[in-house]
Ligand binder design. Structure first.
Ligand code: DON
Length: 445
């Protein structure tokens, strides 16, 4: 076992050992075959943004996806119809109620959100149904692409829920009576029951969550399943509504977008970090896997994964703010020293986004004496610049130029100005020393 595999697997295994003895909770019994599940089953799985797979315990045991299907079908509807159209039919407000409550907006009858049953039934019905692409076919394809393998339906669970699911049928009729259900209630609920009966494992669910965390691209297959904005929208609704009437407490304590299901599946997504899944069929009163909730909560606490916990790392972006005279390579001659004194230098490193670019621009302002003279921006150790940071840095350099200051950039990989984009740009050099030398040449001593 490799070092990474060992460390991550050990963390999962420790949680598995810690919670496998917890016997609280009950199997869901309102869909009779769910009572056949092994109450002792417990699996944990994690998939990284590089597609590394980690699983312990019953991570390969199949079970029906149930409500964990809801965010993924919501993603499909958002991809096909767009956010505004979907919101016309289904709101995005936490209901504060149980998954099967009549959470409908007063007046319009619009369901509170796509995570409660009422909203999920409408969301399923929004997926287009055409002879060439039947509604359920589209849903199964989409769930399969999220999982990275072909999934199938547990026909026994489907038939059982279809035979006993009067509450969901009643909900569908109720919604239809006030308007926001675009198809026949029976047809809508049939497709919804089939979607809930799709068979998955904890490793499948971790891949599905990882695809949302990875901006809609499955990290195992490289398949772009949904556009990046859709992945973000789904994670937002999971964060506020994914755990029903326990959503606020979950976001407070665990701090990750999540979704539970009555067969014992539970997913959590660390945006740009990982997809996590648990399977353990003993449920609490909110319909959440007890062991899954404990394990994912503990993992979040141990690894500092809470979304609101992002301590700013001092010194992680700007590595140098000085004048060229302060650089180790500065020669000793008095005249040359004076010239170099008038060249401000700021260096950055790593991946630059909005926050990092603000720091870099502040450093450019601070660097040098009296905010006059030339400015060198050293990007040699920068690994990436996103579009927002690029626009900010270019704008900052243009303002310095407009103030009459000579500007130069050390940008050997053309990250700030790609080759061919140099018109109107500052002079770009392969190294900091070349940029400094060019600025110092003309600096008035
Ligand atoms: O509609 C139902 O009742 C089930 N097919 C799914 C409910 C569910 O998973 C609720 N989540 N905890």
């Amino acid at each position: 076992m490799s070092v990474a595999t060992g460390a991550v697997t050990d963390a999962l295994r420790e949680l598995h050992t810690r919670y496998s003895g917890v016997g609280e909770g009950a199997l869901a019994d309102y869909i009779p075959p769910l009572t056949h599940a092994d109450p002792g089953a417990f699996g944990l799985a994690l998939i990284s943004m590089d597609g590394h797979r980690y699983g312990v315990g019953e991570a390969d045991v199949p079970f029906t996806v149930q409500s964990v299907s809801k965010p993924f079908v919501y993603a499909l509807a958002l991809s096909l119809l767009g956010l505004d159209e979907v919101c016309r039919w289904v709101n995005a407000e936490p209901s504060g109620e149980a998954f099967n409550a009549i959470s409908l907006e007063r007046g319009t009858g619009r369901p509170a959100n796509a995570m409660v049953n009422a909203g999920a039934i409408v969301t399923t019905a929004l997926v287009p149904d055409t002879p060439r692409a039947p509604r359920f076919g589209r849903i199964l394809d989409c769930l399969s692409r999220f999982a990275g393998r072909r999934l199938d339906v547990d026909e026994e669970v489907y038939a059982s829920e279809a035979a006993t699911g009067d509450r969901n049928r009643a909900l569908a009729y109720l919604i239809r009576s006030t308007g926001p259900l675009p198809v026949d209630p029976v047809a809508a609920v049939e497709t919804y029951f089939r979607q809930c009966a799709v068979r998955v494992t904890a490793l499948d669910l971790a891949a599905m969550a990882a695809t949302l965390a990875h901006g809609g691209v499955n990290p195992l297959t490289g398949d772009r399943v949904v556009p990046e904005p859709v992945a973000a929208q789904v994670l937002a609704v999971m964060a506020t509504c994914g755990m029903y009437d326990a959503s606020g407490d979950w976001l407070l304590r665990v701090g990750l977008p999540a979704k539970s299901g009555v067969s014992g599946g539970l997913i959590a997504a660390g945006p740009a970090r990982f997809g996590l899944a648990a399977y353990s069929p003993l449920l609490d009163a909110a319909g959440t896997s007890v062991r899954g909730r404990l394990a994912i909560g503990k993992l979040s606490e141990r690894l500092g994964l809470h979304l609101m916990h992002n301590p700013a790392l001092a010194g992680s972006t700007v590595t140098l703010v000085t004048t060229a005279a302060g650089l180790p390579a500065a020669p000793a001659g008095a005249r040359e020293r004076a010239r170099r004194e008038r060249v401000a230098v700021a260096a950055a490193q790593g991946a630059l986004d909005f926050t990092a670019a603000e720091r870099v621009l502040y450093a450019l302002d601070e660097a040098g004496t009296g905010r006059t003279g030339a400015v060198v921006l050293d990007l040699v150790r920068v690994t990436d610049i996103d579009t927002v940071a690029r626009a900010m840095l270019r704008g900052g350099l243009a303002r310095l130029d407009a103030d009459g200051r000579r500007t130069a950039v050390a940008d050997p990989d053309g990250r700030l100005y790609a080759p061919g984009e140099e018109t109107g740009a500052p002079r770009c050099f392969a190294s900091r020393e070349e940029a400094v030398a060019w600025c110092a040449e003309t600096a008035v001593g």
